[in-house]
Write a protein that binds this ligand. Structure first.
Ligand code: 9G3
Length: 568
């Protein structure tokens, strides 16, 4: 392509509405324009990047035996009523009616459609395993679309669904996708980590998220400084504290006046002890009940873990009134001893405490010498706490580090959740009818493009990893009016394209400074400047990422670029 013919509307100013680097640079470098809130047009350069990512995705899916199909974006409400999810999702589901007032939605994901399809056409164990995928625009009416392509309302996703006869088969499919995802994100040139995640509302047992490590990421991750353990903060565990120490005598329970001391820190300071000696009692309201959750005073409740353990649909901190009703005391003086009529969930480490401090369910009073089991008995004892940076890795004991990440991929073991509810069964070797065992696997294609920028930019613009760059090289003639320069530039442009190096020619009658600025902003991995020395057969070759610049003879350019590209 000749730059003079391309639609690449670069901007000098940083657009005010763009909060993150990828959004700013995609707008400034002329890759995207906003059509509506959270809805973007991909201009030609962006479409080239997306096609490259999609090509990598297709190759890796096909390599694992994936078969591409294409399902409709418009989905009838009946499928979602059948799965029970029509009423589970609220305004996030884009709903519409046809001329007959029949309900539809714009697909946010395709579990319902594909499970119904497979129910009709897969009957025997002989037809599985089956890996079916598509690449398509998805729709989710986010409350707050933001960060450009990172949280749009319309976005491109690859979604694959696996169908197996049993759990062992699912495990194989899951591992295939795990491997494919590692290949895909490596080939896209992003630094990433697969992390253990919470399977949450979707149900199922196991899930990993693929995180591109970036400051702007919405997800907080803990990862091991020594081994490959990595997990979302909501999922992260650590090594349990040992104890209680049997050598410490359990002292008699005793009330203590603690006027005005409410938080674990305040009470600890007041009594001259550490917050680690205090039991923090938090009250939560679920859709079913009010529960007390106990953690050590220096720790916080992990609400995701708690919600899952309780098997609840919703969970929120109880308001002060509720706490007073349940305990008879104001917030700050509540505790598990003599607490009646509600379930107590204790963190594992609380059970390891001896002679602890806890609220006495009386204003301005705490108990000292509280001993779990002796003074109260929790209904549930589990890990319900947030793990913090520096704590030991649950796998190897080395300390955990923290990072932020952008979720670009997610793989789930669904099990039989959808096949049972939608009746997708098969006949096994013995002619017995059984539900198909499923998995689902997503990649945010448009989000991957944005995430690649979050990791690869400098003050001058984008630095595309060569494999997903819209073009690999740009040839910039310094003086377009100089015929001999233009001739060398044109020749280079043709030779490079013929050699398979995707190259543009900046034939615009602009000052060289303007062209260099645009080339840096757009992020071509290699820039070739054809200047005064062109008449001697010498041009300048510059790498966008390192800034390394060398003068090279025209006849060596192709070989040098072909050698260089795999390293960029
Ligand atoms: C909805 C709406 C939003 C949603 C969903 C359904 C997320 C929904 C989870 C998934 C799971 C996997 C296949 C590819 C990999 C991820 N947001 N999820 O099910 F109706 Cl409005 O989409 N699907």
């Amino acid at each position: 392509m000749r730059v003079s013919q391309m639609l690449v509307p670069t901007l000098r100013e940083v657009p005010a509405e763009a909060e993150v680097v990828s959004h700013q640079l995609l707008l400034r470098a002329g890759f995207i324009r906003k059509t509506a809130s959270g809805v973007y047009t991909y201009l030609p350069l962006a479409q080239r990047v997306l096609k490259k990512i999609m090509q990598i995705v297709r190759e890796e899916m096909d390599k694992q035996g994936g078969q591409e199909l294409l399902m409709p974006i418009i989905q009838p409400a009946e499928l979602w009523l059948d799965s029970g999810r029509w009423h589970v999702y609220g305004p996030e589901l884009f709903r519409l009616k046809d001329r007959h007032q029949r309900d539809f939605c714009l697909g946010p994901t395709h579990e319902e459609v594909i499970t119904t399809l497979v129910r009709g056409d897969v009957r025997s164990y002989k037809q599985m395993p089956l890996l079916l995928y598509q690449i398509q625009s998805k729709f989710r009416d986010e409350r707050r679309p933001r960060f450009g392509l990172m949280r749009g309302r319309e976005f491109i996703m690859k979604d694959l669904y696996s169908f197996d006869r049993d759990e062992a088969g699912l495990e194989v499919s899951y591992q295939k996708m795990h491997e494919a995802y590692i290949n895909i994100f490596s080939r896209c040139g992003v630094q990433f980590r697969p992390v253990e995640a919470d399977s949450g509302a979707i149900g199922g047992s196991s899930t990993h998220e693929f995180m591109v490590l970036a400051e702007s990421g919405e997800a907080a991750i803990l990862y091991c400084s020594a081994c490959d353990y990595a997990a979302n903060v909501e999922k992260a565990t650590t090594q349990p504290t040992t104890g209680p120490d049997p050598s410490i005598p359990k002292l008699p329970l005793q009330e203590m006046s603690t006027p005005g001391q409410r938080s674990a820190e305040e009470v600890a300071a007041f009594l001259g002890i550490e917050p680690t000696q205090v039991i923090k009692t938090m009250f939560y309201k679920t859709n079913q009940e009010v529960v007390a959750a106990l953690v050590r005073g220096d720790r916080d409740v992990n609400e995701v873990k708690l919600l899952n353990i309780l098997g609840a649909l919703t969970l929120e901190l109880a308001d002060e009134k509720t706490v007073e009703q349940v305990t008879g005391a104001p917030v700050g003086y509540v505790g598990p001893v003599q607490l009646k009529n509600i379930r107590i969930v204790a963190d594992l480490d609380v059970m390891a405490m001896t002679n602890a401090i806890a609220g006495a369910n009386k204003q301005d009073v705490h108990f000292i010498n509280v001993n779990p089991q002796r003074d109260f008995t929790p209904e549930i004892v589990e890990d319900i706490r947030l793990v913090k940076v520096g704590e030991p890795c649950p796998k190897c004991g080395a300390h955990l580090l923290e990072a932020r990440g952008i979720e670009v991929g997610q793989i789930f073991k669904l099990g039989t959740k959808y096949s049972e509810i939608l009746g997708a069964t098969f006949l096994d070797e013995n002619g017995k009818e059984r539900p198909i065992v499923m998995g689902c696997y997503g990649i945010g294609v448009s989000r991957t493009m944005a995430a690649a920028i979050e990791q690869n930019y400098d003050q001058n613009g984008i630095i595309w990893p060569a494999n997903i760059a819209p073009f690999q090289a740009i040839v910039v003639p310094v003086a377009t009016k100089d015929e001999s320069q233009m001739k060398v530039a044109e020749e280079l442009y043709h030779t490079l394209n013929q050699a398979g190096v995707e190259t543009v020619l900046d034939d615009r009658a602009e000052r060289p400074g303007v062209k260099f600025k645009d080339a840096d902003l757009i992020g071509y991995p290699v820039r070739i400047v054809v200047g005064k020395q062109a008449s001697d057969g010498i041009v300048e070759m510059r790498q966008r990422r390192s800034g390394v610049t060398e003068m090279t003879s025209v006849k060596d350019v192709v070989t040098k670029i072909l050698e260089l590209l795999p390293t960029l």
